[in-house]
Structure formats: structure tokens, C-alpha cells
Design a protein around this ligand. Structure first.
Ligand code: CU
Length: 199
């Protein structure tokens, strides 16, 4: 078949598809921004803000957590339920990854340059530990929706691409707590929400 013969078929298939996708692609989303303060402040960096339900689940993604200079990098990783994390060993010594939390796993011992993957099917907070180096600690927070953010060092956060609607916004911290809050997200607007974390 020549290209000339193929092209009309491709076009006639492509146009209805584009027409079907366009309303979603063009629908304006909003965002959720705000600020978190924590008492004591030393735990602020171990904070994730997330939408509890609603929106669309999205397609599963793969995030990366490295082990380098005897640390997990990043220290806090937020992902969506169904996502996979690739654990890399970027060090010159062997490492291990395990968690005792939610749905425990142990990925064994892996050498420099090797990696392991794990898919997270249950929401919640998973501490990341290394059986070879007890001082190593990180957190993976598996959020129930794709709308989540790790707070920045100054306590601000931004959750982008949230479809317009009413949501509950919850917060996770390694040691502290704050009540969830309601927000209304409007197209093209930033809904503001603030949290004060305490024991
Ligand atoms: Cu280690």
C-alpha cells in the first residue's frame, strides 16, 4: 500500500480521536498552594500534602530513589498508589532496602550500580530502611490520588494540575499531625490552604 493510500485512513481515524481528547486536554485545571508550619520545626521537611479522593487516577509512573553517600535521595518521596519506585545503588558499597510499614517488603542486598523496583498498591507512609546501615532512613508516602506534593524547605507547597472541584486536603508528617481541610479548586486559580503541624 502506498503512503498516499494510507494517509486518508489515518486522518479519518485521527480526527475523531482528537475531538474526543480535546475537551479534557483543554479543560483548565487549577492548583492548590499553601504553607505549612511545624512545631518542632525540625520535622517540617518530612511532610507531604495530598488530596484524599476525587479527580482521575492517572497512569502509573515510575519514580527513583537513590542510595548515595550513605543516604537515601530524596529523603521524602511522594508517589501515587499504583506507582513503582526504582531503588538505585549509586554508592561504592552494597545496600539493602526494606520497610516494616503498611505492606512490608525487603528488596534484598544489592551491589553498587544495581537497582531494584517495587510497586506500591496500598496508600500510606513507608519508612525506607537499610539493614546494612541502621542510620539510613527515608520515607515514601503513597498518596491515594495523583494530587500531592512534598513541602519545600520553607514550608510552602504547590499541587498543580488539579481538576476544578471540592476536595479534602490532608497532610502527612513523620511525627506531627494536623486536621484535613476542605478546598474548592477553580479553573486557572490557586486555592490556598495552610496547616500548622504539632504533636
Ligand atoms: Cu545501606
Amino acid at each position: 500500500m502506498t503512503l498516499r493510500a494510507v494517509r486518508p485512513v489515518v486522518l479519518s481515524l485521527a480526527f475523531p480521536l482528537l475531538a474526543a481528547l480535546a475537551p479534557q486536554a483543554l479543560a483548565k485545571s487549577g492548583k492548590i498552594t499553601g504553607k505549612v508550619d511545624a512545631s518542632p520545626a525540625k520535622y517540617l521537611k518530612e511532610t507531604v500534602v495530598y488530596v484524599t479522593s476525587g479527580g482521575s487516577p492517572g497512569t502509573p509512573k515510575t519514580a527513583t530513589m537513590n542510595q548515595k553517600h550513605m543516604k537515601f535521595i530524596p529523603h521524602v518521596l511522594a508517589i501515587t498508589v499504583g506507582d513503582t519506585v526504582k531503588f538505585e545503588n549509586g554508592d561504592t558499597v552494597a545496600h539493602n532496602v526494606f520497610t516494616p510499614d503498611v505492606a512490608p517488603y525487603n528488596l534484598g542486598t544489592f551491589k553498587p550500580g544495581e537497582s531494584r523496583t517495587h510497586t506500591f498498591d496500598k496508600p500510606g507512609a513507608y519508612s525506607q530502611l537499610c539493614s546494612l546501615h541502621p542510620e539510613m532512613l527515608a520515607f515514601i508516602y503513597v498518596a491515594p490520588t495523583p494530587y500531592h506534593a512534598v513541602v519545600k524547605p520553607d514550608g510552602t507547597f504547590e499541587i498543580a494540575n488539579v481538576p476544578p472541584g471540592d476536595y479534602q486536603v490532608a497532610i502527612w508528617n513523620s511525627h506531627l499531625k494536623a486536621e484535613p481541610q476542605s478546598v474548592t479548586v477553580s479553573a486557572g486559580q490557586a486555592a490556598q490552604v495552610s496547616f500548622s503541624l504539632s504533636r
